[in-house]
Design a protein around this ligand. Structure first.
Ligand SMILES: [Zn+2]
Ligand SMILES: [Zn+2]
Length: 676
């Protein structure tokens, strides 16, 4: 007789691992339990078995196994007469074992619309394969009592399913039904008017009638309206103070998605997966013009929470605007009290399952068939990046604009969910909360090393300097380069090109168009886009004509010529010779300058708008022509390019500039490669 003691590490909690193991080994004796580092199994067998192989072949679909540790020894007699599931054990060494929130699975979707099923139309239907995880967990041990589902006592039916190994909700920690689960409420002017399915029916009806609502989903609130109803979309624009930025939409199903956007096979796979991110896909037709503004892309996702499916089921809607409920650049509203006090909406549709931490929708874009995650949040965070030779308890605090933090545990790096611009105080508070939450969630009592941006004024950096004793400051673009290396698990020496807005450089200037060489463990800056003078500080980033004026003055030293280029801003431009400037190698600012020079955008309504509009314009033209530029000692000088563009100022310049820019970057890389 043999006994096996097995520890399975990775994303093994909240994914139905214990029930899977207990079904798999139901003819054996012993026990299965969660601990704070892994899932453990103790098995007694008459003959030897290949337990590693059995586990790998039968693992639950959303589990990610990092490592399986097996001890096998001989025993004289059996200690158990069957296999049991034990309660979770809290140990000293915590390890990440919980995964991200998961979109509704196929089985739950089927039950949701099966009138003979007792969870028919249950708006919070979940199982071991789907539902909220990270957003409702109090700590890394995913047992019902450690989640906000602990407020809901299981009814006798759910309780019997929970303990029946033959049922698919055996040990499903989020189990609930229409009788015992969380409920939806339709609220108008802070008064509950309807409950349950009647509440959802009313909201669906409202959306069909140009109303705008707040909808509580998995990780926070969305502002919602009919995406094809311009009046309703206009209301959301006014509420969000966001006249020009596009909104993401949820569509009824994949066939409707294909009516609005072009989707490659890879895009279909990811949009249909349980991650269910927003896909930034190329728009088809003009139906969503008002939602997308000038963007040729549509941010589109499929229903990921049962409530989304129900709203489509109870209406004739095909597409619903679903944008984070906040004012522009504020963090996501996730507390019910904030939703009830939100002004401007016609109704609030909320459920009474508490969200512990806000998790925004992730955004994915495919460029040349390669998947890029633009925003890392729901469906991804807090998935681990397993790495060898990682020192534990390092906390990286990210940057201010789009903040993600990361921590290292043994063999793992965990990247947090995203928080928008920290210069907004609400977001900064959210950031501090996120840091503390992460440290306690993953059981880190003391941070051995905190890493922050070298920027002297970043709030995230100042927080690190004030809070932690051991702080390492890293240059912004070197950090960008290093994170790409880690994401791709690339350790060899290589060249890194970082094209960005601005970041504080090692020489005190604003960097942003950088060529690095990584040798062994160090990153050295070898080349860059030639420095230009930029006047007007932060204001120039919001008003790109100021960048264009700065650059043209930097190149020509002729203020009258710059005034001639932008006569409408003469009063601003004429002070340039008398005021301070910074020096920058930014790639983003160069795009801003061109965009303003050819009169595409003089002022931005949101971050990077002018550069995006320049790209959209370039897509409309066909030409492979290249303008002049110079390269000297790995420094690319676009002065001649800008002078040529300033002479022409036609929209074709958008295309020519893109051609010139990519050619220059390519050429400099080739020079660099032949040199190192
Ligand atoms: Zn499910
Ligand atoms: Zn129930």
């Amino acid at each position: 007789m043999f006994a096996y003691k097995v520890k399975i590490y990775g994303i093994v909690q909240g994914v139905g691992f214990r029930p899977t193991l207990s079904r798999l080994f139901k003819h054996y004796r012993g026990w299965v339990r969660n601990s704070s580092c892994c899932v453990e199994i103790y098995l007694e067998t008459a003959t030897k078995i290949d337990i590693n192989d059995l586990i790998l072949k039968n693992k639950p679909k959303n589990a990610i196994i990092e490592n399986i540790h097996i001890d096998c020894y001989k025993i004289k007699k059996f200690g158990y007469n069957k296999l049991i599931i034990k309660y979770s054990l809290e140990e000293d060494t915590k390890n990440i074992t919980i995964g991200p929130d998961l979109g509704i699975c196929k089985n739950c979707e089927k039950e949701l619309f099966d009138s003979s099923n007792r969870r028919f139309l249950h708006p919070l239907i979940t199982c071991t394969d789907c539902g909220p995880r990270f957003s409702i967990a109090k700590d890394g041990l995913f047992d019902r009592k450690n989640t906000t589902m602990s407020a809901f006592k299981m009814c006798s039916f759910c309780a019997s399913e929970f303990s029946d190994s033959k049922k698919r909700r055996f040990h499903a920690q989020t189990i609930s039904c229409n009788q015992c689960g969380p409920r939806y409420f339709y609220i108008k002017d802070k008064i509950v008017e309807l409950k349950d399915i009647e509440a959802i029916k009313q909201a669906a009806n409202d959306l069909e009638n140009s109303k705008v609502g707040l909808l509580k989903g998995i990780g926070g609130y969305h502002l919602v309206c009919n995406a094809l109803d311009n009046m309703a979309v206009k209301k959301i624009k006014l509420i969000k103070h966001r006249e020009e930025k596009p909104f993401a939409i949820i569509v009824r199903n994949i066939n409707i998605a294909k009516q609005f956007v072009y989707l490659s096979r890879d895009e279909v796979n990811i949009i249909k997966s349980q991650i269910k991110p927003i896909i930034l896909a190329r728009s088809k037709g003009n139906n969503l013009k008002y939602v997308n503004q000038n963007s040729p892309f549509t941010g589109i996702m499929l229903p990921y929470a049962p409530i989304h499916l129900l709203l489509f089921y109870l209406s004739n809607l095909d597409a619903i605007v679903a944008t984070s409920a906040n004012l522009s650049e504020f963090s996501l509203a996730y507390k019910d009290i904030d939703a009830l006090n939100f002004s401007g909406v016609d109704f609030v549709l909320l459920h009474n399952r508490k969200i512990i931490r806000p998790v925004e929708d992730s955004i994915v874009h495919f460029s040349s068939n390669k998947q890029l995650i633009y925003r890392y949040a729901r469906g991804y965070a807090p998935l681990p990046f397993y790495q060898k030779n990682i020192k534990p308890n390092i906390l990286a605090l990210g940057a201010d604009m789009k903040n993600n933090i990361a921590i290292t545990l043994k063999n793992t790096v965990i990247l947090s969910q995203y928080t928008p611009d920290l210069t907004n105080y609400d977001n900064y508070e959210q950031f501090i909360k996120k840091v503390n939450d992460f440290l306690s969630f993953f059981g880190i009592e003391s941070v051995d090393l905190a890493i922050c941006d070298r920027h002297p004024n970043y709030l995230s950096s100042n927080y690190a300097r004030q809070t932690f004793s051991n702080v390492l400051e890293v240059q912004h673009h070197k950090a960008h380069f290093a994170s790409v290396l880690m994401e791709n698990n690339y350790n060899d020496d290589c060249i890194g090109i970082v094209l960005d807005g601005t970041g504080f450089g090692d020489d005190g200037n604003m960097w942003g168009g950088e060529f690095f060489v990584k040798k062994n463990h160090s990153i050295e800056r070898i080349g860059h886009i030639k420095y230009m003078k930029m006047y007007f500080g932060e204001k120039a980033i919001k008003e790109p004509y100021r960048v264009a004026a700065s650059y043209m003055y930097s190149i020509t030293n002729d203020i009258e010529y710059v005034e001639y280029l932008f006569p409408q801003y003469k009063n601003v431009i004429k002070i340039m010779p008398k005021v301070d400037f910074v020096i920058t190698s930014s790639a983003g600012r160069l795009f801003d300058a061109v965009s303003a020079l050819i009169n595409i955008k003089h002022k931005n309504a949101y971050e990077a708008q002018s550069a995006m509009y320049l790209e959209y314009e370039a897509r409309k033209h066909k030409s492979s022509k290249i303008l002049d530029y110079e390269i000297d000692n790995f420094i690319i000088d676009f002065s001649k390019t800008l002078i040529q563009i300033a002479k022409r100022r036609d929209l074709m310049c958008a295309k020519l500039f893109h051609n010139t820019f990519s050619q220059a970057i390519f050429e400099n890389t080739i020079w660099l490669k032949s040199d190192v």
